[in-house]
Design a protein around this ligand. Structure first.
Ligand code: MG
Length: 376
């Protein structure tokens, strides 16, 4: 994307709110942003996230993640949001732009009517969760700026209560894994992606270099409950914290069987997307991994965290590969999360926002209003 154009648009939007914001997208101009009047003005631009390392999962590998950066402007204030689209979630730059082009946010004059606006956004088309999240994040940013407060404060949370973030090591050869372990030096918790035949070897390599706690993400890679249990028994002795999505998401009964026997907590990730899924997850998992790109944004993510805690489940706040925009938005939930996996911005080489900082491995929240991110 043309970064200068994006920033210029932001500045233009601030000093001349009544002018149409000029950036176009996907071959189709953001027509709603040209609407005159006092309604919300939406504009957006595709942005290709370049990954520092090829990202290898049990079922895929990639070097880029498509992303769309969005802005919502109202009364001279701009809120920033983004949609990140890892291919396995089914959204693309085209589908996100198409969805955003369908929105008529100009009909809303009061950004504080979040319920009404987001219900409308959700009703425009099913799915499109990342696209919906981008609007939700930008609206939260806008509102927080209007109120002059960050969202963790608006929600009433204590910023000191944030967990450390884990830093992810993807599936790779022994040589590359060794090198990646060195890169985890600034972090207190390591997350390992699993699901191939050399899972144990990977953990042994890490353990030969560090004693830091390890979070295991099997990414649905273990297809038999007996194998999953055997792996968990082995991992338990290796100072691991939990196992995320040990088995395919459809295998609910098997996962419930596993939970009864597992010494490590089981975290639902691929199994769960939105609020109604929390109750389903309660049948088979100890915890949920909430991600804004799955939950449709901060509003529903917050509801999910509240419900999970009410059910006595643990909460993890996670992410996709994202810029510091969406990462900073997700970090607002860190004070009510038991675990955090907010390293998506650290895994990309072209972050275009300044936002949440990791200090001594721990998520730190600033006093910046809204989501706490500024375009670079
Ligand atoms: Mg996961």
């Amino acid at each position: 994307m043309d970064r200068r154009k994006f920033i210029q648009s932001s500045v233009l939007g601030m000093i001349a709110a009544s002018l149409p914001i000029s950036f176009s997208s996907c071959g189709s101009a953001t027509k709603k942003s040209a609407t005159a009047g006092t309604g919300l003005k939406l504009s957006f631009e595709p942005y290709d996230l370049k990954l520092r390392h090829a990202f290898n999962l049990a079922k895929s590998s990639r070097t880029h993640t498509p992303d769309v950066l969005i802005q919502i402007e109202h009364d001279g204030i701009i809120g920033y949001g983004e949609a990140s689209m890892p291919p396995y979630l089914g959204e693309t730059t085209e589908s996100v732009c198409k969805f955003l082009n369908r929105l008529d946010l100009a009909q809303f004059n009061d950004p504080f009517r979040l319920d009404e606006i987001l219900e409308y956004v959700d009703s425009v088309a099913p799915n499109n969760r990342a696209a919906k999240a981008s609007v939700d994040i930008a609206l939260h940013d806008l509102l927080g700026k209007r109120m002059g407060q960050p969202w963790y404060k608006i929600w009433g949370y204590t910023p000191e209560n944030t967990p450390s973030t884990s830093f992810t090591i993807g599936i790779d050869t022994a040589e590359v894994v060794k090198k990646k372990v060195e890169e985890t030096a600034p972090y207190n918790v390591i997350k390992v992606k699993m699901g191939l035949d050399n899972d144990k070897e990977l953990v042994e390599i890490i353990r030969s270099q560090t004693d830091k706690p390890i979070c295991i993400d099997a990414n649905q890679g273990w297809s038999s409950k007996e194998k999953a249990l055997e792996m968990i028994e082995w991992l338990y002795d290796k100072n691991c914290l939990f196992v995320e999505q040990p088995m395919p998401k459809e295998m609910i009964d098997e996962t419930a069987w596993l939970r009864e026997r597992s010494k490590l907590p089981l975290v639902a990730d691929e199994f769960l997307q939105r609020l109604p899924d929390v109750r389903r997850a309660y049948q088979a998992y100890d915890a949920i991994n909430i991600k804004l790109m799955k939950s449709t944004g901060m509003r529903e993510a917050h509801e999910m965290a509240t419900l999970a805690r009410g059910l006595g489940m643990k909460v993890m706040v996670g992410c996709m590969t994202e810029t510091s925009c969406a990462i900073s938005a997700a970090a607002q939930l860190a004070p009510i999360s038991d675990w955090a996996d907010l390293d998506g911005n650290l895994l990309i080489a072209n972050d275009c926002f300044d936002g949440m900082k990791i200090v001594k491995g721990k998520i730190t929240l600033s006093d910046k209003p809204g989501i706490g991110a500024t375009p670079l």
